[in-house]
Design a protein around this ligand. Structure first.
Ligand code: SF4
Ligand code: ZN
Length: 269
């Protein structure tokens, strides 16, 4: 997952999972003298949500003595997520807020991690996230996406790609919660993203949690199924060579990247 010499950019949302990852990797880096850990938070511009979490990110980063950066949709794309959702509605586009959010956040994470000289981007996706994504993609028959759920991104040689890792891939959300409470990282607010209940993931998360309550161990069982199938899928859906987006120059699987496609549909390019 990590090499002897790394500049690790931790993608932080300001929530319990990502602050735990930032804390954990920062502590671990004391034993790895050639590691540098930095934090990166993308402020999407979701009224009444992200801005509440930012001060905690700042105070934890300063306590740990690590370099950090806050970037926003507004500065980078010209619009907040709330504004983008409104434009999408006016234009009659069929996307949910999480679609815009996910595409633009991934885009900016890669771009800014590179600007911060990151050799690897670490995200706090845990076991619960992995099995939710697994189930969502099975339901939608997206096996190529299942192939990309693993803890380490494949070898992509595009010069603009920052390798991605998920150190908490085998860690339950319950455990990151305990870690965050033990280390004083749990956010001061319980307010979740107001858009979350609109997402498919919300239902899947509830479904899996109910199953786990009735049949303890089902989460590990789903993870094992995922790991089992990953080796087959990785062979079948080998990471193809990435192209360069004709509009923004970032990496893309098509001639135009997904972020530019969405910006074109929204007419905000
Ligand atoms: Fe973005 Fe959706 Fe997550 Fe809210 S719930 S932060 S809109 S991906
Ligand atoms: Zn692009």
């Amino acid at each position: 997952m990590f090499l002897r010499k790394e500049t690790i950019i931790v993608a932080v949302s300001g929530g319990k999972d990502s602050l735990s990852l930032l804390h954990f990797l920062s502590k671990l880096s004391k034993k790895a003298p050639e590691w540098t850990v930095k934090g990166l938070l993308i402020d999407e511009g979701i009224n009444g949500y992200r801005e509440i979490l930012i001060p905690k990110f700042v105070s934890v980063s300063e306590e740990l003595g690590i370099e950090y950066r806050i970037a926003s949709f507004k500065e980078e794309l010209g619009y907040t997520l709330d504004e983008i959702v409104e434009i999408g509605k006016r234009k009659g586009l069929p996307y949910l807020p999480c679609t815009y959010c996910g595409v633009f956040r991934r885009y900016l994470l890669n771009k800014i991690a590179r600007e911060m000289n990151g050799s690897v981007l670490a995200t706090a996706h845990h076991l619960d996230d992995a099995i939710q994504t697994f189930l969502m993609n099975i339901i939608n028959n997206n096996w190529d996406r299942v192939a990309r759920i693993g803890p380490v991104s494949g070898v992509i040689t595009h010069p603009r790609f920052v390798r991605r890792v998920k150190p908490f891939f085998e860690v339950l959300e319950k455990e990151t919660t305990i870690y965050s409470i033990m280390h004083g990282l749990y956010p001061d607010t319980n307010a979740g993203c107001p858009n979350a209940p609109l997402s498919f993931r919300w239902f899947i998360r509830k479904f899996i949690n109910n199953l786990e309550m009735k049949n303890p161990g089902i989460k590990y069982s789903l993870l094992n199924s995922l790991v089992e199938i990953l080796s087959v899928l990785k062979e079948r859906y080998k990471e193809s060579e990435l192209k360069t987006c004709k509009i923004c120059g970032e990496l893309s699987s098509q001639d135009v990247c997904r972020a530019c496609m969405l910006r074109r549909e929204l007419d905000i390019i």
